[in-house]
Design a protein around this ligand. Structure first.
Ligand code: 2BA
Length: 109
């Protein structure tokens, strides 16, 4: 059994949730925040049998899109000259960041 942790963009999260329900794949969705953009994204925790990992990866790939987003660099109030040159920068986000981990044990009580 494997634990899949998938970080995806909020805009794709409903479609992925629906796809998991249709395919009878159990998942938990957490609201999360990207450390760099500090904006909302969604983290799915999915426990699956080894033979279903590829199916889950396919669903994630099909539903997650790459998008460009602008971020305003943090302003340093101690240095007004530096703040004046802080233009928004374009960042490419996603499709999905996925970790696959082994599971030692799985229990439901
Ligand atoms: P954020 O940390 O908000 O990052 C959003 C996007 O900003 C990243 O997209 C990447 O293109 C860019 N970025 C991140 N850190 C950067 C840096 N130090 N310098 C320049 N650009 C930077 P993705 O790579 O597609 O990541 C999307 C989200 O997935 C991330 O949101 C974060 O929440 C998560 N993530 C990505 N890699 C991770 C990792 N190794 N561990 C944990 N979470 C990760």
């Amino acid at each position: 059994m494997k634990l899949i942790i998938a970080i995806i963009q909020d805009k794709d999260s409903n479609r992925l949730s629906n796809a998991f329900i249709e395919q009878d794949i159990r998942a938990t969705k957490l609201s999360s925040t990207g450390g760099f953009l500090r904006s909302g994204n969604s983290t799915f925790i999915i426990g699956v049998e080894d033979e279903k990992v590829a199916d889950v990866m396919d669903l994630i790939k099909e539903t997650s899109k790459t998008r460009k987003q602008f971020m305003a660099p943090p302003v340093n109030l101690d240095s007004p000259m530096e703040a004046a040159g802080a233009y928004p920068v374009e960042v490419q986000v996603g499709g999905a960041t996925v970790f696959v981990l082994p599971i030692d044990a799985f229990h439901q009580f």
